[in-house]
Write a protein that binds this ligand. Structure first.
Ligand code: URA
Length: 201
């Protein structure tokens, strides 16, 4: 089965998932979106109210700002894969609980990473940063690309943080602006040419 088909099959499973309590209050599960051959994968925290209604990631206020950040960096949204640590909205936008994070990442996020095999993962929130950099502080490591296993990971501030704290806006914009250059570096280090990318079986 192709990676595209595997990813679609996983998305269908996510849509009807009842593995944790979050399924009880959700409207739509949000598997994520983007091509199976995406070279960059963004990982947010979990769907907000707009995402829960539409079943798509980052379509609310922070999504609009993410779109702007991508555009000013010259990155096309439809070329990247965008998803979240948990695929269902935590009620009232509370933090996802450790068992919800564990259940959702071990069943879904880790499989999405394997299927997409991105050159760069950008973590947009503490929970996704913690999957790769235990105990790290975002203020110390944001925007720095680090090798983790077979790929590179960059922790960035969440777009919503800039909406609430204007002083962060220029920092996030500067971190996003580095992405094309960092992607070139990652490709060279990983021995990957431009797309089409060699995929794992
Ligand atoms: N914030 C997130 O972390 N994810 C979304 O999908 C939307 C807002």
């Amino acid at each position: 089965m192709s990676d595209e088909k595997k990813l679609e099959k996983l998305a269908k499973q996510i849509k009807v998932c009842t593995r944790c309590e979050l399924h009880r209050s959700r409207t739509e599960a949000v598997p994520g979106e983007g091509p199976a051959q995406a070279e960059i994968m963004f990982i947010g925290e979990g769907p907000g109210a707009s995402e829960d209604k539409q079943g798509r990631p980052f379509v609310g206020a922070s999504g609009k700002f993410l779109d702007q950040l991508l555009e000013q960096a010259g990155v096309t949204r439809t070329d990247v894969f965008i998803t979240n640590v948990v695929k269902c909205r935590p009620p009232g936008n509370r933090d996802p609980l450790p068992d919800e994070v564990e259940t959702c990442t071990s069943n879904y996020l880790q499989n999405q990473i394997k299927m997409i095999n991105p050159s760069i993962i950008v973590t947009l929130v503490r929970h996704s940063m913690g999957l790769f950099f235990k105990g790290a502080k975002i203020t110390q490591i944001h925007g720095q690309m680090r090798k983790v296993d077979d790929r590179f990971v960059i922790a960035m501030f969440h777009p919503a943080a800039a909406l609430h704290q204007l002083s962060l806006k220029s920092t996030i914009m500067a971190d996003f602006a580095k992405l094309p250059e960092l992607l070139k570096e990652a490709r060279a280090e990983l021995g990957k040419g431009k797309a089409p990318k060699k995929k794992r079986k």
